[in-house]
Design a protein around this ligand. Structure first.
Ligand SMILES: [Fe+2]
Ligand SMILES: [Fe+2]
Length: 389
């Protein structure tokens, strides 16, 4: 795909993959992008996952014929991008490979060579002149691995942003970008908000006309909107006023309580509600929706003297990603000794700036008039709180 007169997106679409990183469902597949700059120095930015080596190399061949690339820039060593480096370097033995020092250390570990006789070590703020184009490099440690660099092409003001601004899916359409980029961001990069803030600060010093990530659509318009979203996500601020209801239910009684709560909220005009069964729905969606909405409701039966295993697992997914700045409401169910609320709060105790609603709901086996009152009281408190966010 030609993206400017002299720059091409030469990556591949993986339509067969079911789980990205072996863990996140990708119902619309996954793209692994790579870029080629046709200039006095022919330059390729990043490679693709190893099973797509031949397809990727054929894209290069189609554009440059018998010419040889001068540079292979490696921004990120995760195998979805580094998998085809050896094939490329064997095919083009005179090519210089350019990357951060840490990326070369990772190459030595992965490929048993760090290309010491044909490499260029890049440092933060280094430039590389290609003829008409000039690449300027920004170190972006932990966005998403420590070796990551981003490349900024200064004549056309194009940012090659590595994993940042990437999304799940193969489409070039932006229709569902926000949902799939958010799910990608929080699940994969979410822990590293501080580092994302740092690179956003560095990038604010340059004009950007186009963002070329390693996954998902290229961003060409409304760039301030996408940067604003990334700023919000990486500062752990909720994206919108809304409610995420997450629950586990053994015999349907806890589910009945959260359904009653959801219906009451909807009747009162609350529209932004996500409703998630932590056993049946994939956790990557639960994580993404929880960061998105300002309010999170956690409902779990007591099990083995604590909350349910699925709830525990979900809460650890949140705390691992520095979940903070949210309002939380707790619902528990027990037949003899209620322990869910205590154990959920205990796991969340490490989160910063968490506010708990005064109201909770405590179900004793089944919903009764007392539970109904508690649900209504909680809903009213949430509505008031939403109105003030
Ligand atoms: Fe990555
Ligand atoms: Fe990636």
């Amino acid at each position: 795909m030609q993206i400017t007169q002299s720059i091409y997106q030469i990556g591949v679409h993986d339509t067969q993959i079911d789980l990205f990183e072996g863990q996140f469902p990708v119902p619309d597949g996954m793209s692994y992008h790579s870029y080629l700059i046709l200039d006095e120095k022919i330059t390729v930015i990043d490679s693709v996952e190893i099973s797509f080596s031949n397809e990727w190399l054929s894209h290069i061949k189609k554009l440059i014929g018998d010419k040889k690339p001068d540079y292979l820039i490696i921004q990120h060593m995760e195998p979805d991008h580094s998998g085809s480096i050896m094939h490329f370097m064997n095919l083009y033995p005179e090519c210089t490979i350019a990357a951060s020092q840490l990326a070369f250390t990772m190459m030595k570990n992965m490929f048993h060579t760090d290309f010491s006789n044909r490499r260029l070590i890049l440092k933060n703020q280094n430039n590389l002149n290609l003829g008409n184009h000039c690449l300027h490099f920004f170190c972006a440690p932990f966005v998403h691995w420590p070796e990551v660099m981003m490349s900024y092409e200064s004549t056309q003001q194009i940012l090659f942003s590595a994993d940042a601004f990437g999304s799940f899916g193969c489409t070039s359409s932006l229709d569902n970008w926000k949902n799939e980029a958010r799910r990608y961001y929080f699940n994969i990069v979410g822990k590293y908000g501080v580092q994302v803030q740092q690179i956003l600060n560095q990038l604010s010093t340059v004009e950007i006309q186009m963002i070329c990530p390693l996954h998902g659509p290229i961003l060409e318009t409304q760039l301030s909107y996408y940067v604003h979203l990334y700023d919000k996500w990486s500062s752990y601020q909720p994206e919108q006023s809304g409610v995420t209801i997450t629950y586990t239910s053994f015999y349907g009684n806890t589910k009945q309580a959260v359904l009653l709560l959801k219906n009451y909220l909807q009747k009162k005009g609350i529209q932004n509600i996500s409703f998630i069964d932590l056993v049946r729905d994939d956790l990557s969606y639960a994580v993404s929706e929880s960061f998105k909405n300002s309010h999170l409701i956690l409902a779990s039966p007591t099990y083995n003297g604590t909350c349910s295993a699925a709830m525990k697992n979900f809460l650890h997914h949140l705390t691992d990603r520095n979940f903070s700045n949210h309002t939380i409401s707790l619902i528990e169910n027990s037949t003899w000794s209620p322990m869910s609320i205590k154990s959920m709060k205990n796991i969340l105790s490490m989160c910063k700036n968490i506010h708990y609603t005064n109201s909770t709901v405590q179900i004793t086996s089944v919903i009764d008039s007392n539970t109904l009152n508690q649900i209504q009281q909680l809903a009213d408190e949430i509505i008031l709180s939403l109105q003030s966010t």
